[in-house]
Structures are given as structure tokens and as C-alpha cells.
Design a protein around this ligand. Structure first.
Ligand code: MV4
Length: 513
């Protein structure tokens, strides 16, 4: 892929950090485009700073003090003569006001229009647009319910269980499952209040709750000439508390006919908002039917598995589209093989997946056939609390799903990260479960698996006398009731995540027996 000499974008400022900033840098470098990095104090030695042609400090550490400062970022872009800004994902990537300010300043925003962001960021507006475009939506309303009584009326019409959702929500925020009429009033009042506090918009709507659906998304790409293409699906059901851990392309349950139907629906969804650039249309899939859930108006973390299967560079396509080129060279790409992604997070699975902070003391990356590592970590790097916990994306590509799975097992066994705990162990276990091996899992699979693990661990430690068993049951009950306590090391320094030992400690005054 080479750009014509008169391509209008010669220098890109990357308004992001971590692995996505390095990912964008790499495509720019391959295109011969100069790069500008911006960085917080904590990121002053970061890889994206080292790789960029130019780098400018934003000061501060938290996102609000650094990567969310649109004015400062735009001022740097103008000062260094950047022609365009790529926002990556998160931070300012779905901030319509920032996109408009970039364009008003005479630069190009490498992403969709603020109109597309606005419609798709409002779940009720997006549902209305989808109904108008004949895109199947989850059964339910397209208007806000004004109070609990209206919510109850809507729920009666739809049929329980229902899901209450905040129109300004997304990604798991502002949603409530309601099983029966007795619960709806309290659920509405609390959920609407939370939405008002979190988003400044308490509008709620009601839809049918699909029990343990699969979460399947379609990658789309549009250009400024009205062309929109799709690049198949990604299966994203393996999530914990709405945090994806393992994704794969294609989905093990989608046949070619369904792929084309979902792809056409995703293209129609994108065309309904004149979508330009890369985006993702999320669906819920249940019993062979699919329903529009929401559209993400940005490049996503998991875009790499689509790149591996379709042989496309989506970041390059975003840049070409921002430079007014068409996407005709992507027409007719045939997917081949299978790709699996594991998000390597600095979290402690034995401590409720809480962030694991520290310095990366040792690092051994896997390699060999079918291995792609998208990361920005390096030996000596400090893992700080300021940003999300993702260290890397491990991607395995294979001729078929089983080869991709086995390669991911090899990747996880070759990998070594010293200094912080990671999610690698849980992923390694999950990939070897019967459910995963058979492609038979849904959005509840990972949480059920983790609960089984906890229960199995408790069972392993269970004592034999009844009085102690009563204590253990009480501990499990408290844990299930959400009082998941931080595990503190005992006086002898022995930290354990066993609820049995924790309960014993409480029973015997702090000393493990
Ligand atoms: C749903 C649903 C089932 N039925 N809506 C989760 C976050 C946001 N993307 C919307 N989500 C869901 N909406 C209806 N009508 C299931 C999900 C869902 C999910 C829900 C709970 C726990 C994990 C989940 C993972 C993906 C999707």
C-alpha cells in the first residue's frame, strides 16, 4: 500500500497512548507518514513516545490532566503542522465536539462525523434510526419511559424478563435486568438516578431481556463517497463485568448465510448515519436470531483479529478515508482462517481481578507461526493506576479454529511477564474448557466459570466437621452478596484467596489454624 504523492495527509498526531498509539504509529510509518506523539508525565518513557518522529508533553497523569485535554492536543497539532489527528479508542475518540474542533481548525479528524457519534451515542436515537433502516432491534420501545408506572406498562406489553437501559448508557453502564412486576419500580428509580448522575441524562427505555445471548459484532468501514463495506463478525461473548477477555473471528456459531445477513444489517446501520471511517455494529445473537444492540463509532481494541482474517490494515484504511480516498481496494476481500485474541491485563484473577501495579521486571514474548503481539510494554516499565490495565493483545492466527486455539495455548505458555500479575492464567484455562473448545459459550460463560472456580476452591479446602462448614457457608454467602473483600495477608504474611481460610481467620481471631 503506497499513497499518491499528493495524498493530503503528511503528518498525523496520535491523541492516545499505549498499544493503540503504537499500532497507529506503525501504519503511519508503513505509509511514509510522519508521526507526532503526545504524552502524560507517567508516559514520558513510553514506547509511542520513543517511536514517534516528534513528541510533546501534555503534563499531568490522569486522563483528565492529559489525554482528554482536547484544546491542548489541538494546539500542539496546529503548532507542529499536523494535517490530521487519530484519536484511537477511548479518550476523545467518540467526542463529537473534539472532532468538530479539529475540522474547524483545518485539520482532518481520522474517524466518523460528530453526527454519527451523536446518533449512535444516544441509544434511543440509534434504535429509532435502526427501525427506520429495517435493522432488527431487540423487541422493546424506541421512546423513553417517563416514570416507573410507564416502565411497568411497557414491561407488561413486552413480557418479563425485561432489561431497563439508559439511553445515554453503553458498555454495560445503566442497565438493569428486571424479572417481575414487583421489582420494576425500584429498578427504574435507581437506574434512572444512576444514569442522571453518570451521564447527566436519566432517560430510560425498556426492552426484552435475552437470556444469555452471544455478543457478536460486525466491523464496518465507510468512505466519503457513500461506500460502506463490512469485514465479517467478531465473537465477543467472553466478558467479565462487560470487560472483554477473549475474542475470535469468525464466530463459531455464524454460518455464511447469517454472516451475510448480519453484514447487510450492519452496512444498513452505518448508511443510516452516513458513516465514514471504521466502526463496529454490535448485535445480540440468540437462538439463530440477531438484534442490533449499539454501534461503536471508533476503531476497537479487537480490530486486529479482523485484520488477520481479512488481510486488511484497518488503521491504514481509516487514514486513506480521511484523505478522501475510496475503499474500493477493499471490495471483495475473502476471509480465510481463524484468529483468536486474548487481552493481557495487569490484573490479579485471584484477587477479584483488581489491578496489579508494579514494575515489569521481566518480559518474554512468544513468537513463531501465527503469532501477533500488539503491545507497548517494555522491561522496566511501571504499570500505573492512571489508565486501563491492558498490557498487550495476544493474537493467534491459524488455518482453522483448532490451529488458532492451539497456537494461543502455545503463546500463553511461552509468555512470561515478571513484576505484575496478569490475566494470562485464566485465559489459558478458559481456552481448554469444553465450552470453548466446542464454541459453545455465551455472555454469561466467563462469570459462571469463575464462580465455579471459587466454589471448587472452597470445596477443596472444606473441613470435615459441621461447625466449620457452617462458617464456610456463611463466608460464601457473604462473598456472593457482593461483599467481596480485599484479601489481606495473615499475620504470618500468608495471603490466600481461599474463602475458607478467610472465614477461619475471622473465626479464630486473625490466625489461620
Ligand atoms: C442486553 C443483553 C440481553 N438482553 N440487552 C451489555 C452491555 C451492553 N453492550 C448491553 N449489554 C447487554 N444487553 C438485552 N435486551 C445482554 C447484554 C450483554 C451482557 C449483559 C450482561 C452481562 C454481560 C453482557 C455481555 C454482553 C452483552
Amino acid at each position: 500500500m503506497t499513497l499518491s504523492p499528493d495524498f493530503p495527509i503528511k503528518k498525523v498526531l496520535i491523541a492516545n497512548r499505549g498499544e493503540i498509539a503504537v499500532r497507529i504509529l506503525r501504519s503511519c510509518r508503513d505509509l511514509g507518514i510522519d508521526t507526532v506523539a503526545v504524552y502524560s508525565d507517567a508516559d514520558r518513557n513510553a514506547l509511542h513516545v520513543r517511536f514517534a518522529n516528534e513528541a510533546f508533553p501534555l503534563g499531568g497523569n490522569t486522563p483528565a490532566e492529559s489525554y482528554l485535554r482536547g484544546d491542548a492536543i489541538l494546539a500542539i497539532a496546529k503548532q507542529c503542522g499536523a494535517d490530521a489527528i487519530h484519536p484511537g479508542f477511548g479518550f476523545l475518540s467518540e467526542n463529537g465536539a473534539f472532532a468538530e474542533a479539529v475540522e474547524a481548525a483545518g485539520l482532518r479528524f481520522i474517524g466518523p462525523s460528530s453526527h454519527a457519534m451523536a446518533v449512535m451515542g444516544d441509544k434511543l436515537a440509534s434504535r429509532k434510526a435502526m427501525v427506520a433502516a429495517d435493522v432488527p432491534v431487540v423487541p422493546g420501545g424506541t421512546d423513553a419511559v417517563k416514570d416507573a408506572a410507564a416502565a411497568a406498562e411497557a414491561a407488561e406489553e413486552i413480557g418479563y424478563p425485561v432489561m431497563l437501559k439508559a439511553s445515554a448508557g453503553g458498555g454495560g453502564k445503566g442497565i438493569r435486568v428486571v424479572e417481575n412486576p414487583e421489582e420494576i419500580e425500584t429498578a427504574f428509580t435507581t437506574a434512572s438516578g444512576e444514569a442522571q448522575n453518570a451521564f447527566g441524562d436519566g432517560r430510560m427505555y425498556v426492552e426484552k431481556y435475552l437470556v444469555e445471548p452471544r455478543h457478536i459484532e460486525i466491523q464496518v468501514l465507510g468512505d466519503k463517497h457513500g461506500n460502506v463495506l463490512h469485514f465479517g463478525e467478531r465473537e465477543c461473548s467472553l466478558q467479565r463485568r462487560h470487560q472483554k477477555l477473549i475474542e475470535e473471528a469468525p464466530s463459531p456459531v455464524i454460518d455464511e448465510a447469517t454472516r451475510q445477513r448480519m453484514g447487510s444489517a450492519a452496512v444498513a446501520a452505518a448508511k443510516a448515519v452516513d458513516y465514514v471511517s471504521a466502526g463496529t455494529v454490535e448485535f445480540l445473537w440468540s437462538k439463530g436470531e440477531f438484534y442490533f444492540l449499539e454501534m461503536n463509532t471508533r476503531i476497537q481494541v479487537e480490530h486486529g483479529i479482523t485484520e488477520e482474517v481479512y488481510g486488511v490494515d484497518l488503521i491504514t484504511q481509516m487514514i486513506r478515508v480521511a484523505g478522501d480516498e475510496t475503499i474500493e481496494d477493499c471490495v471483495g476481500l475473502i476471509p480465510r482462517g481463524h484468529a483468536i485474541e486474548v487481552r493481557l491485563n495487569a490484573e490479579d484473577p485471584e484477587n477479584n481481578f483488581l489491578p496489579s501495579l508494579g514494575t515489569i521486571r521481566n518480559l518474554r514474548w512468544p513468537g513463531g507461526p501465527g503469532v501477533r503481539i500488539d503491545s507497548s510494554v517494555y522491561r522496566g516499565m511501571d504499570v500505573t493506576p492512571y489508565y486501563d490495565s491492558m498490557l498487550a493483545k495476544l493474537i493467534a492466527y491459524g488455518r482453522d479454529r483448532e490451529q488458532a486455539r492451539r497456537r494461543m495455548l502455545r503463546i500463553l505458555q511461552e509468555l512470561h511477564v515478571g513484576g505484575v500479575k496478569t490475566s494470562a492464567g485464566v485465559a489459558l484455562q478458559l481456552l481448554q474448557t469444553k465450552g470453548f473448545r466446542e464454541g459453545n459459550y455465551d455472555t454469561g460463560f466467563l462469570e459462571r466459570y469463575m464462580e465455579d472456580q471459587d466454589a471448587r476452591e472452597v470445596a477443596r479446602d472444606l473441613p470435615d466437621d459441621l461447625e466449620e462448614i457452617a462458617v464456610m457457608v456463611a463466608a460464601i454467602y457473604r462473598q456472593r452478596a457482593g461483599a467481596r473483600r480485599h484479601i489481606k495477608p495473615t499475620a504470618d504474611g500468608h495471603a490466600t484467596n481461599s474463602w475458607v481460610a478467610q472465614a477461619r481467620r475471622e473465626q479464630h481471631g486473625g490466625q489461620v489454624r
